[in-house]
Design a binder for this molecule. Sequence first.
Ligand SMILES: *[C@@H]1O[C@H](CO)[C@@H](O)[C@H](O)[C@H]1NC(C)=O
Ligand SMILES: *[C@@H]1O[C@H](CO)[C@@H](O)[C@H](O)[C@H]1NC(C)=O
Length: 341
Amino acid sequence: MDVPTAPPPSRATKTLQKRRLEALGALHYVLAFWLLAPFSIVLFIYMLFTRLWFLTVLYLLWIYLDRDTPSQGGRRNDSTRRWEIWKHQRDYFPIKLVKTAELPPNQNYVLGAHPHGIMTTAPFCNILTECNNFSRRFPGLQPWIATLAGIFYIPVFRDYIMLIGLRPASRHSLDFVLSQPQVGKAVVITIGGVREALYTAPGRHCLKLLNRKGFIRLALRHGASLVPMYSFGENDIFKCKAFPRGSWQYMWQVTYKKITGLPLCICWGRSIFSRNSWGLLPFSKPMTTVVGAPIPVPQLSVPTEKQVDHYHRLYMEALERLFEEHKESCGVPASTHLTFR
Ligand SMILES: *[C@@H]1O[C@H](CO)[C@@H](O)[C@H](O)[C@H]1NC(C)=O
Ligand SMILES: *[C@@H]1O[C@H](CO)[C@@H](O)[C@H](O)[C@H]1NC(C)=O
């Protein structure tokens, strides 16, 4: 079924320049997703106290006038999908995409991305960029990734993430995408969200899914097929300190998340200059996103709890099967299984 992708060049045959470009590719993602937002918030507040205060005011006015754009089509430029930097990022880990079934573009899809990891790197690379030929392998599909709605108010950062194809994970925004007359939309949702980021640790496969049912209701409202998707290796690219449930550190993390909406993960990568010291650069561990087969669902404008539970169960079973079938080829020991919370 699947078209094999070109094998990544081995480390020994890569030139120093290529290795540097790859590290830059991996670093770009970290900087864009962790530092751009706080940096622009601080910069725009700072400017208020300088002669450039009017820039902050004009920008806030612009956010206000532009407030509906993120949830109504966004402002994506498809040429960003073909940036060279994504290919370097792909080769750094490397990142692979495995297709297990056709997703014909004559209908819409709701794809669940698991696990969240620290930055959902593999789904981003595979779906929002062409580094693994997504559009060639799933012809006619228009993919989007849904993320925290609040971050679409952060100056500069919001324009950047809109440009590369992120959308707010609000009901309004998702309903808007899936009710367009043109079908072939594939909405990707990181179901476990920020809460699941707290479970990130190398070799761990723990998902927040038992009581996450909003995406099932969304799929049922629109009759969009559900597609499970698992990214092996996503939890391995940073070293993380995962605290046991019930410990005071864990309670702290959960409380912080409740107040700010953001995960407070204690995690680290390697230094840009040396493999042996810690830093912001993720570790180069292989990641493979496996896209499962679609689960057809009926269109029900007001689904009952029983119907929601039924499709939620089907989805969990399909995800578990996908994990079991592909885990060993992705380096996960046979004795490891998914755990759900
Ligand atoms: C993408 O497609 C092109 C053209 O078919 C091919 O040369 C290239 O190896 C593919 N890349 C991957 C990562 O599969
Ligand atoms: C997308 O960006 C490119 C430059 O990177 C520009 O030439 C093109 O006009 C843009 N397309 C749209 C639809 O804005």
